[in-house]
Design a protein around this ligand. Structure first.
Ligand code: MRU
Length: 322
């Protein structure tokens, strides 16, 4: 592996799960070895691994771990699915692994399938970009959020691989800074030109005509095309509409949940106050301050220019009729 190569986000090795510990990036690239279900649930809730497709693979491997350690699969499934409620890929993959004759084979199939799907998303998405697109992205929808390659970052990556010259505005993504820590790290390793900005700068960039499109990932897409993604996504979609900037959502079809009729029925995870009252391990707000920490928001389908899946780019509002 070259110095800049990004190791697999998650894999199965010698009866254990090995994952990049995303809490330690960008300072240290350290692998976390998971031996049992308790460790896996802690790794997921503490964001050592995160991002909808990566959570799916982790969930499926968790079922393989449960099978190997004698834990009833239904108990393991319930515990895993409860760790992060918004990303539907988690429950989807856990259910596939429980139903499979061999959960480990199924988990490994999901890894291969996710990377293939992301490459196809990349090809479809790159076709929508101008040659030197200045893309704004939020949170991390890169290889770290998936089995590999990435969804929103995958589109930028595909454009770059095709010889186009995209550049990226990376929104830092408060409160836990997936943009500043993870997307910035990935793009640097991929040698794709990228500029980090505070989330609050998005509007002025668009007003200055310096954003050609916004591309984000998704944690769940409802049947009517509404999209749940990292909190702050909705704000970007409103800004993009105001400024006439295309707003794309890149996600595999495994993120579409036809059981949720609309965005209002998507469960939104609420996380601990310390993510907001602290920054890089330091307290930044007074003790006792009330905090509301919704980890995701919902962007109405009407604000999404196109949903880019492995099958192509579609108007998300057309999902219900397809
Ligand atoms: O809380 P996180 O870091 O798991 O949130 C991740 C996101 O919101 C991503 O944009 C989404 O999961 C898509 S990842 C391809």
């Amino acid at each position: 592996m070259s110095d800049d190569a990004i190791p697999p986000t998650i894999e199965w090795r010698d009866g254990r799960i090995v994952m990049i510990d995303q809490r330690r990036l960008p300072g240290e690239l350290v692998m976390l070895w998971i031996e049992n279900l308790d460790e896996l649930c802690t790794a997921i809730t503490s964001l050592a691994i995160r991002g909808a497709p990566a959570l799916g693979v982790a969930g499926a491997m968790g079922i393989a771990l449960a099978a190997a350690t004698g834990i009833p699969l239904e108990d393991a499934a319930r515990r895993l699915i409860a760790t992060r409620p918004t990303a539907v890929n988690l429950a989807w993959a856990v259910r596939l692994a429980v139903a499979a004759p061999d959960p480990l084979v199924e988990a490994q199939r999901l890894v291969t399938e996710d990377i293939e799907r992301n490459r196809r998303i990349g090809t479809h998405g790159a076709a929508l970009l101008p040659n030197s697109a200045r893309v704004y992205t939020h949170c991390n929808a890169g290889g770290l959020a998936c089995a590999g390659y990435g969804t929103a970052v995958g589109v930028i990556r595909a454009a770059h691989e095709q010889g186009m010259t995209p550049s990226v505005w990376v929104g830092e993504t408060r409160p836990v800074l997936q943009g500043a820590r993870l997307t910035a790290w990935e793009l640097t390793r991929l040698r794709i030109p990228a500029t980090l900005v505070a989330d609050v700068m998005a509007g002025s960039l668009m007003a200055a005509g310096e954003v050609d499109c916004v591309i984000v990932g998704a944690d769940r897409v409802a049947a009517n095309g509404d999209v749940a993604n990292k909190v702050g996504t909705y704000t970007l979609a409103v800004l993009a509409r105001h400024h006439g900037v295309p707003f794309y959502v890149a996600a595999p079809t495994s993120t579409i949940d036809l059981a949720c009729p609309d965005g209002a029925t998507i469960p939104i995870e609420r996380r601990g106050a310390e993510e907001v009252t602290g920054l890089a391990g330091r307290r930044i707000a007074p003790e006792g301050m009330l905090v509301d920490n919704r980890a995701f928001d919902v962007t109405p389908a009407a604000l999404v220019t196109a949903l880019i899946t492995e099958d192509g780019a579609v108007d998300p509002a057309s999902l219900a009729s397809s």
